[in-house]
Design a protein around this ligand. Structure first.
Ligand code: AMP
Length: 401
């Protein structure tokens, strides 16, 4: 069975085609800068093998339909890894926000699309792009079942004390204002992987998963169920991210309205797009930040310190939530690659039994790597996330009933 996984953003479409027989990636690609003067498409054939081959093109890509059509031509055309569209058994779509109603992986029909439209205000940066992707995929593949897999799903097990805000209760009743949590597909995948490599049953496993990429979030999983997470009603709350602030005093909106005449949209944009690492030092890529620190850039150092301090604070609070912690897991772009961020994020937690081995921590690995010392009472792991494979598995499971 071949499953195509699509992660459609506001100006990009990421895709991977899986052969679910052996879960290998047949091809993958990224369409970028949709709607800009010049867009780009990078398409890789058998990306994880020695026979990997890459195609790249640059041309105007005015909308998602053009972007997806270009990608489908490469997947199924003359040089494609499948000869006909009909070989694709199902399409799985990554959805950032499913609200309170959509949490199980679900077959797409008009009512699902309507529900996703309704919750656009909860994820204005993400859900419109997903809807564009679904709409184009449905028109290009009218007979292929499409499944939505929600990033909010894994956190549906949070208890009320973790998901409720201390706000007037009517806001929850009327508008479902509560904490939802995000990156759930990633947290679920690496938490299960961690249980596997540690050799414990997931149902008895307590783990803190630290997803540090462009977006950053942390989840506490107790006995195989998510019990708390750093992100809230939108993917803005919690850790310091590339361009997102994470936690701020909620009085900030009113203060900036009074002192700088900013509208709530201005403040929202600032918190989502002009804050985080970028707000502090002008750069949102951790590799650039390290290069700047090496040249003596103090703001870059401050950005690193603010991010890693926040990580540490959350790890400590989630240790208190869990009581017993079997493992802490780092994942995603920064978490998998940046030994300095990992080291600084657990600095000072030795008194709680968290000790990492600096030499192992400095190693690069594409497989799960244990970076804690043998006498650390909490195992610390780096585990590459694979949200696309997790979505492909969920999609296959929905099809198989
Ligand atoms: P993701 O959202 O998981 O794709 O992560 C993207 C982010 O990971 C980038 O913005 C970088 O900040 C970070 N990143 C990627 N590669 C590295 C690396 N080798 N070292 C440090 N950070 C990295």
């Amino acid at each position: 069975m071949k499953v195509l996984v699509i992660n459609s953003g506001s100006s990009s479409i990421k895709y991977q085609l899986f052969d679910m027989g052996d879960e290998s990636v047949l091809c993958s690609g990224l369409v970028e800068r949709i709607g800009e003067e010049v867009g780009s498409l990078t398409h890789k054939i058998a990306p994880d093998t020695d026979a990997a081959d890459k195609l790249a093109l640059e041309q105007p890509i005015p909308d998602h339909e053009v972007g997806m059509t270009l990608a489908i031509d490469l997947i199924c055309g003359e040089r494609g890894v499948v000869k006909d569209k009909s070989e694709i058994a199902a399409i799985g779509h990554r959805i950032v926000h499913g609200g309170e109603k959509l949490h199980q992986p679900t077959l797409v029909d008009d009512s699902v699309v309507e529900e996703l439209e309704k919750i656009i205000p909860l994820a204005p940066l993400h859900n419109p792009g997903h809807l564009a992707g679904i709409s184009v995929a449905r028109s290009l593949f009218p007979d292929v079942p499409q499944v939505v897999v929600m990033d909010t799903a894994y956190h549906q097990t949070l208890p009320p004390e973790a998901y409720m805000y201390a706000l007037p209760y009517e806001l929850y009743d009327e508008l479902r204002i509560r904490r939802y949590g995000f990156h759930g597909t990633s947290h679920c995948y690496v938490a299960k992987e961690a249980a596997r490599v540690v050799g414990k049953s997931f149902e008895e496993f307590n783990v803190i998963t630290v997803h540090l990429g462009n977006g950053c979030s942390m989840t506490a999983t107790k006995n195989g169920k998510a019990v708390d997470t750093s992100m809230g009603i939108t993917p803005l709350e919690g850790l310091v991210m590339g361009t997102r602030s994470g936690d701020v005093d909620p009085a900030l909106h009113a203060l900036l309205a009074r002192t700088k005449n900013m509208t709530s949209e201005d403040v929202d944009r600032m918190l989502n797009k002009e804050s985080g690492l970028k707000g502090l030092c002008g750069m949102n890529d951790m590799r650039d930040i390290h290069a700047a620190i090496a040249k003596g850039d103090e703001k870059a150092k401050l950005a690193l310190d603010v991010q890693t301090y926040r990580n540490r604070k959350y790890i400590g609070s989630f240790m208190a939530v869990l009581g017993t912690v079997d493992a802490i897991v780092f994942t995603a772009g920064i978490g998998e690659n940046d030994n300095i961020v990992r080291r600084e994020s657990v600095k000072g937690l030795e008194c709680f039994g968290v000790k990492i081995d600096e030499e192992i921590n400095a190693q690069r690995a594409s497989e799960p790597l244990k970076i804690s010392t043998d006498d650390s009472s909490v195992a610390v792991w780096v585990i590459p996330t694979n949200e696309e494979l997790a979505i492909a598995r969920e999609t296959k499971d929905v099809l198989n009933g």
